[in-house]
Design a protein around this ligand. Structure first.
Ligand code: NDP
Length: 242
């Protein structure tokens, strides 16, 4: 059995990716941290879309939880392999650098960046052995241009873009691709405190994006059709660059 794992699949962009991924024929492993009710809702939507899946809760920022949960799943599913990995889970803790506490910095770096390392390191071995895999990292416009008030988040996402490009070169020969998708402003819980009516004036397409619009690109990169694209960062931002 070949699976797709979506970290942070309980809500927002991760939910849209999980549901869209059904069209690629994979059973979906829906990771989340604590919001079981929302994760169950994602699972229902996967089933409504004609797919199947299971919940796999763990904190992506905790290396022990990552290896325990994935190790247990692999022990219980010895023939199974995760062929598609979407590193999507993320948080923001925006604050000006001069007020930033260690926890603001560390929580954002651990959840948005270190998580990529822990989860990918665990799953990559099977992809290399099977000579097939797709890894898509969800980064951000903030990691491409830097955004004031988000020094921690911009740093994490920019580092993840660097990691995407480096890993793509490391494992391309094994037919495993690694790409990143960089959303701009997307309507999810993460942006519900932002003033869309005001911010949309900065965006050429004059609105925030929908999670489904990000999921389309992610699923293309996760498909066999994207066989000659690796180390790339694709923006989904309504034309907002500077
Ligand atoms: P949401 O806040 O809507 O959802 C976040 C998801 O990540 C939830 O499923 C949450 O699980 C999960 N999560 C958070 N922390 C952890 C953790 N430690 N371990 C496991 N899961 C965790 O976010 P979005 O959908 O908006 O964002 C998804 C990704 O897209 C993030 O990487 C974000 O940085 C990026 N992005 C978003 C943009 C936007 O405008 N929305 C713009 C650019 C990038 P739970 O439900 O259990 O809390």
């Amino acid at each position: 059995m070949k699976y797709a794992l979506v970290t942070g699949g309980s809500r927002g962009i991760g939910r849209a990716i999980s549901v869209k991924m059904v069209s690629l024929g994979y059973p979906i492993l829906v990771n989340y941290k604590s919001n079981e009710a929302e994760a169950m809702q994602t699972l229902s939507l996967i089933k409504e879309a004609g797919g199947s899946g299971e919940l796999l809760p763990f904190d992506v920022s905790d290396p022990v939880q990552v290896s325990d949960a994935l190790g247990k799943w692999q022990d219980e599913n010895r023939e199974a392999t995760v062929e598609v990995l979407i590193n999507n889970a993320g948080i923001r803790k925006d604050i000006l650098l001069m007020w930033m506490e260690d926890s603001h910095w560390n929580d954002v770096i651990h959840t948005n960046l270190n998580s990529f390392f822990y989860v990918t390191r665990f799953l990559i071995k099977n992809m290399l052995v099977n000579k097939y895999g797709r890894i898509v990292n969800i980064v951000s416009l903030s990691g491409l241009k830097g955004l004031p008030g988000q020094v921690n988040y911009s740093a994490a996402k920019a580092a993840l873009i660097g990691a995407t490009k480096a890993l793509a070169q490391e494992i391309g020969k094994k037919n495993v691709t690694v790409n990143a998708v960089a959303p701009g402003f997307i309507r999810t819980d993460m942006t519900k405190d932002l003033n869309e009516a005001e911010l949309k004036n900065l965006i050429p397409l004059n609105r925030f994006g929908l999670p489904e619009e990000v999921a389309e690109v992610v699923c293309f990169l996760a498909s066999e059709k994207a066989s000659y694209i690796t180390g790339e960062v694709i923006s989904v931002n309504g034309g907002l660059y500077t």
